[in-house]
Write a protein that binds this ligand. Sequence first.
Ligand code: ZN
Length: 307
Amino acid sequence: MAGEWPTVRKCRGLGMKLVRFGPPGRERPGIWVEEEDGSAAILDVTAVAFDIHEYDSHFFTHWGLERLRGIRDEHPAARIPADGVRLGPPVPPPTNLVCVGLNYASHAAELGLSLPKEPLLFAKAPTAVIGPSDPILLPRAARVDFEVELAIVLSRPCHRVAAEDARNYIAGYTILNDLTDRWKQQGVSQWYLAKSHPGFCPLGPWLVTADELDFPPRVRLSSWLNGETFQHSDTSDMIFPPAEIVSYASFHLRLNAGDIISTGTPAGIGSRRSPAVFLNPGDHLRLEIEGLGVQENRVVADSSVPG
Ligand code: ZN
């Protein structure tokens, strides 16, 4: 059964959608612009601001977002049609890619686990990150699940920050697919390897600046496999809200601007179905979060990677 696809919320004016576009490893920073005729364009940031080469920690800590707001409105000629342009992940590989497990009550329930008393943090390798439409390479012998997640991108170095202050450290949000090899996750006593294969972290399409969403964000999250709805929930089911997660992580880690904290996935994952559903070559995966756009990936076999 194909599910309903939530409509994307309109931009509120001040907010921006940041993208990185071009071939893998050579992406350029851009601003996603929705034209009045319904088409989309990308404003080529480096063409008009020669010193902005990347949405990295230097960018976020040197008034980069504020500068982009002026650039967006002053340079309409620097726009190129977005049609057919490859988007990369909206930020370069972060120094820390932190995830939260079991952060939706519905997901803990489907796993038969009690609610965690503190955020359950784990890491994915930053080298797992790919663009929002790139093919997902499936390792041989892997049993891979997908997880739609709201990811936070930090705007400032973040260490020992109180929950009340955490929103001042958030640059914006994007969609993260926390792909996981369940076979590997359950076979060993850590999650890192199961979560970190190259390509196990599609990210994007946009970094939507924090001012476009409420705080905490109240948005619906959905995923579909081959047109069938798997996950369809909203962030009100979160156990630990973004402010608590950022604060908690910052008391243990020294986080940098541009780092990513993903906030967990709701119920509906394929491995909890009966029979269990895992990704296969040829599958079509679609993830959507209200206001944050859509990821669509084709799954392909990667015979070069051992299972
Ligand atoms: Zn996850």
